[in-house]
Design a protein around this ligand. Structure first.
Ligand code: NAD
Length: 346
């Protein structure tokens, strides 16, 4: 034990000391992010991955699921329901899993298609009488606003729900909230992301939801597109999606956290669906006026070697851990990534 640790007062309860047994974690959605989440969790000893669901089935093993076996089964047969011996095929995989599994917290790595889907999943948890921590990586302002309407119900149900806890919204929104502290007034928060993925099919929902932001498209139109139509669109753009002035919940989250009005927050970026290399470095710039009257800009830039999956799943579990410590203290309801610090999961 280091000198620093040994001199810390014995009566201080740290977030870490509250977590004595591994947090039992479930992942809903087993596409690009869900599978990455399983890999992120594998080396962690504070969390144990015990449950996962996709559209056609689920797998539950109280002793822990094996990521390799789950990913191989999903790739070859299209559902975790085929996993031997712990998989179950179901057309109501989420509600069945809620009922069957003992889980402390779920990461909702689900498509938000239609735009009301995540809020309907939250309602399912409330109606089932489930108690615990939920974390999402929702993107749209209007989707987070639907969850805000569930605040009182979540609180009454004993659910601690962490919303907007991916990369953007998520890591970058939290960075903006931190950077804002140097200023007396925030003039602009500008988020610019670069995403490189080798193959769009690994992240179908992410790409469809991004297409929904292009001029002439909306969520319903993007949802209705066949895979062939998505491919035809990407063929025309050489695999690139250029996105500007997106409806991104970073704005409502920073407004709720009291940082700045939402119209001062802009989000845009470039997604290359044919190249794992990022087309540009993801960053957030926070411009404001200091108490001395100086105008300045803080820039927080993500390392180019960090993938979208690393920048979404890492924060999602960091916020899950933070949510667990809130839940253990009887603090329930809805929180955003801009108002709570994520905690590092060991
Ligand atoms: P994906 O298309 O790769 O996988 C979706 C998974 O959800 C599949 O396993 C599918 O079977 C499952 N699913 C669909 N409907 C279901 C249902 N009714 N019940 C159970 N399972 C169901 O998705 P993805 O590309 O990994 O994206 C997941 C979400 O993450 C998207 O909404 C995306 O916008 C979001 N995302 C957020 C950020 C961020 O920074 N905040 C970044 C990237 C992606």
């Amino acid at each position: 034990m280091s000198e620093k640790q040994s001199t810390s007062p014995a009566n201080v309860t740290t977030a870490d000391s509250l977590i004595t047994t591994p947090v039992r974690v479930g992942v809903l959605g087993f596409g690009g992010l869900g599978q990455a989440a399983a890999r992120v969790l594998a080396p962690k000893h504070e969390m144990s991955w015990v449950a996962a669901a996709d559209q056609k089935g689920y797998a539950y093993n109280a002793a822990g699921l094996n990521p390799d076996a789950c990913i191989a089964t999903y790739a070859s047969q299209g559902s975790l329901g085929y996993l031997e011996p712990t998989g179950t095929l179901s057309n109501h995989s989420i509600s069945d899993l809620i009922e069957q599994a003992s889980v402390d917290g779920y990461f909702l790595a689900l498509p938000n298609l239609p735009n009301t889907f995540m809020a309907s999943v939250a309602r399912q948890f409330i109606q089932a009488g489930w108690q615990g921590v939920l974390v999402d990586a929702l993107k749209r302002t209007s989707a987070v606003e639907q969850l805000l309407e569930l605040q009182a119900e979540l609180q009454a149900a004993g659910i601690t729900y962490m919303t907007g806890c991916g990369a953007t919204p998520g890591l970058l929104t939290a960075a903006a909230a931190l950077a804002a502290q140097s200023y007396a007034e925030i003039h602009q928060v500008k988020i610019t992301f670069g995403v490189g993925i080798a193959n769009w099919e690994a992240y179908r929902a992410t790409i469809r939801e991004d297409i929904a932001h292009l001029p002439g498209y909306d969520v319903e139109r993007a949802r209705a597109m066949s895979d062939a139509e998505v491919e035809a669109l990407l063929e025309k753009t050489n695999g690139i999606l250029s996105l500007e002035n997106m409806e991104h919940a970073d704005d409502v989250m920073l407004e709720l956290a009291g940082i700045c009005p939402r119209d001062r927050v802009t989000v845009g970026g470039i997604v290359d669906t044919r190249n794992a290399k990022k087309p540009l470095s993801t960053n957030v710039q926070v411009t404001g006026r200091t108490f001395e009257g100086k105008i300045s800009t803080h820039t927080f830039t993500l390392g180019d070697g960090t993938s979208m999956a690393a920048n979404v799943c890492g924060p999602a579990f960091g916020y899950l851990k933070a949510g667990v410590s809130l839940h253990q203290r009887g603090i329930y309801g809805l929180f955003t990534a801009a108002e709570v610090m994520p905690q590092f999961v060991k």
